[in-house]
Design a protein around this ligand. Structure first.
Ligand code: MV4
Length: 649
């Protein structure tokens, strides 16, 4: 076994790899960018080296800096994690050239599976079933038109070099084909520098089922069953589970054999995943991911394995720890990805400091952050993965609901409400879902932000125990205290709270050892002590997190209140539709307008790149551009004013 490995990654996966290496007695070396100098993976490792500025291109994708860290640290092997350089064949080759073992497949296997058309041709030869389609070299209009007709409409056009749904177009009939081909070519060229296309029969309600495979350098290859990753949003997985609900053992065996055949066909070594789409009992190869995947823990849970340990053993030349006969499925596991993203802003990444973070001890937690850390615009905004396991799916799902209720995140917006809504949804519980789940159940995306009575009462009681506003003219006068001293008003104190667009006025007065609170014409009797609210005779546990906003965590959800000081001077009116503001911090990648331009509502004005996403900012109204306050390459802060419209004539 290696004495020391370097982890060329960050966040939860770097932490997860360090944990297993340490258990195996292998020393660990972290690398970090300037943005990560204080990150958890750096604190956990035995040694750590700076590799560059925050931008991935200059740090976690910087081959020279990473190989220099390998050299000075004396690491014998390098684990690339997922993302970044994990599926870069040139990097894997550079590792070999530098005398360090790349903990992953041979560069030739990465290359063979890298392109869609090429990998499909290889898989066809290996007898792995494909979606009926065309993935040939010829790209002329006549060939593609004839292929689409032969396949039968509806067809799906994909960019040969594509991934993540980019460049995909559904075409319902031959009349729509020329425009769709032209559009997909343009998108392929701009996104991947490659205009080649392939065409497939469009499956209307597929499930995304993938097979975990593992191979060693001695000619052994096994599969570790399937994961169902059908619950996705915009090609981003949010819930994964193993085994797939309702999976038939015959189909499982056939998919497992096909996945192993796929691995053998490219001389695979190490951990890999073969993705299929499944519809009506038939399965079709989509692509192979030549890395350890984010969702590998559900496979670990049902097979009782540690796949990072397997990766290290195989990379060190050992045989697979278990052969196919020794592998079986134990119960059911579900993983959810908790992201820092804002449901109210179309699930854009939400940046900020995690002022409060509690994750449930009842689930396996994989996280790269702790309370006090920041979610920055530089990297993926995942906060944590939660993995639950049980003897059957119903038990695992019940454990998931409990685990989600135990998550407390303050400082950034999260997708917790979405995860909870899916975990409670009957169609998810039934197991009869496909990749269209969120599209057909859009109510899971909408959140009811109305705070419950408990949260309002707790916020008001907390504020009643706080000092008076700082601007009070005479801080020691009875008029400025909040102990409910008032002449002729029965000791009444008024608290003003704002939540989202709403505003609440709560009247309060002491009542024995508790308070009498009233708002919206309803009165309550309440007391707050030791993290418990006593309200109208019922005791409710909750968490209060003071800060710029006061957050009350109750019933598994955060409610953030802004304390309104009615005596404070009015602030400047916020810019409205006549300004384009940066929704999150990021880098300007295109400026599509200039002063004096007349633009129409909805017209793209600025393209902003942040958290690995590209965002097009559009005009909120028809008008004339007065000023453009940013240029390509600028880093801008959240709410930065990017474009101003001229005042209406
Ligand atoms: C498909 C498909 C239907 N028919 N191919 C989306 C991303 C890429 N990896 C493949 N994708 C799809 N390919 C055919 N012939 C539907 C999808 C698809 C999808 C696949 C897996 C998980 C989620 C998805 C969401 C929308 C579409």
């Amino acid at each position: 076994m290696f004495r020391k490995i370097l982890i060329a990654n960050r966040g939860e996966i770097a932490c997860r790899i360090i944990r297993t290496a340490r258990r195996m007695g292998v020393a660990t070396v972290a690398v970090y960018s300037d943005a990560d100098a204080g990150a958890l993976h750096v604190a956990m490792a035995d040694l750590a080296y700076r590799i560059g500025p925050a931008a991935p291109r200059e740090s976690y994708l910087n081959t020279a800096a990473i190989l220099e860290a390998v050299r000075v640290s004396g690491a014998e092997a390098l684990h690339p994690g997922y993302g970044f350089l994990s599926e870069n064949a040139d990097f894997a080759e550079a590792c070999a050239g530098a005398g360090v073992v790349f903990i992953g497949p041979p560069p030739s296997a990465i290359r063979a599976m890298g392109g869609k058309s090429q990998s499909k041709a290889l898989m066809e030869q290996a007898g792995v079933p494909l979606v009926p389609g065309y993935h040939g070299v010829a790209q002329d209009e006549a060939t593609l038109t004839e292929a689409a007709a032969r396949i039968g409409y509806p067809v799906l056009i994909k960019a040969s070099a594509g991934g993540g749904g980019k460049g995909m177009r559904v075409v319902e009939s031959a009349a729509d084909l020329p425009a769709a081909l032209a559009g997909a070519r343009r998108e392929g060229l701009s996104s991947f520098g490659d205009a080649r296309l392939l065409i497939e029969r469009y499956l209307q309600r597929p499930r995304h089922i993938e097979i975990q495979i593992f191979a060693d350098a001695h000619g052994n290859a096994v599969h570790l069953f399937e994961r169902d990753c059908s619950i996705q949003r915009r090609h981003q997985k949010i819930i994964e589970e193993a085994p797939a609900p309702g999976m038939d053992p015959v189909l499982r065996a056939a998919m497992g054999e096909a996945a192993v055949a796929a691995a053998r066909a490219v001389g695979y070594v190490g951990a890999g995943t073969v993705e299929f789409i499944v519809e009506g009992g038939a399965f079709h190869f989509m692509e192979m991911n030549t890395r350890l995947q984010v969702e590998h823990p559900v496979t670990e849970a049902i097979t009782g394995t540690d796949l990072v340990e397997w990766q290290l053993r195989v990379a060190a030349g050992e045989r697979l720890p278990k052969m196919q006969d020794a592998l079986s499925i134990d119960g059911h596991a579900i993983e959810v990805r908790l992201y820092a993203e804002d449901p109210a802003r179309n699930f854009l990444p939400s940046v900020g400091t995690l002022t409060h973070l509690e994750l449930p001890a009842t689930a396996r937690i994989e996280s790269g952050v702790r309370a006090g850390d920041a979610i920055t615009p530089d990297y993926d905004p995942m906060i944590a993965k939660l993995i639950v396991h049980g003897p059957d799916r119903a038990t695992a799902l019940a454990r998931l609901r409990i685990a989600l209720a135990g998550c407390e995140v303050v400082g950034v917006q999260t997708n917790l409400a979405l995860l909870g809504a899916i975990a409670r949804h009957p169609a998810f519980a039934s197991g009869a879902f496909d990749t269209g789940f969120i599209g057909r159940n859009p109510e899971v995306l909408s959140l009811d932000a109305t705070p419950p009575t408990t949260a309002i009462a707790a916020a008001a009681l907390h504020l009643l125990g706080q000092p008076a506003p700082a601007h009070a003219a005479e801080p020691h006068s009875p008029w400025s205290t909040t102990d409910a001293f008032r002449l002729n008003l029965q000791g009444e104190v008024t608290v003003h709270l704002a939540i989202d667009d709403g505003m609440l006025t709560i009247r309060s007065r002491p009542d024995g050892d508790a308070w009498h609170l009233s708002w919206d014409d309803i009165a309550h009797h309440a007391r707050l002590s030791h993290g418990t609210l006593w309200l109208d005779g019922t005791t409710i546990p909750l968490t209060l997190v003071p800060g710029e906003r006061l957050t009350v965590l109750t019933a598994g959800r955060p409610y953030a209140f802004t304390v309104i000081d009615p005596l404070a001077p009015p602030s400047a009116a916020p810019p409205g539709a006549d300004h384009v503001l940066a929704p999150i911090p990021g880098r300007i990648t295109a400026v599509l307008c200039a002063p004096g331009d007349t633009v129409a509502k909805g017209q793209p004005l600025i393209i902003l790149e942040a958290m690995k996403m590209e965002m097009t900012l559009t005009a909120a109204m028809d008008g004339t551009i007065a000023a453009v306050r940013c240029a390509v390459g600028d880093m801008v802060q959240e709410r930065a004013d990017l474009v101003d419209f001229a005042a209406e004539a």
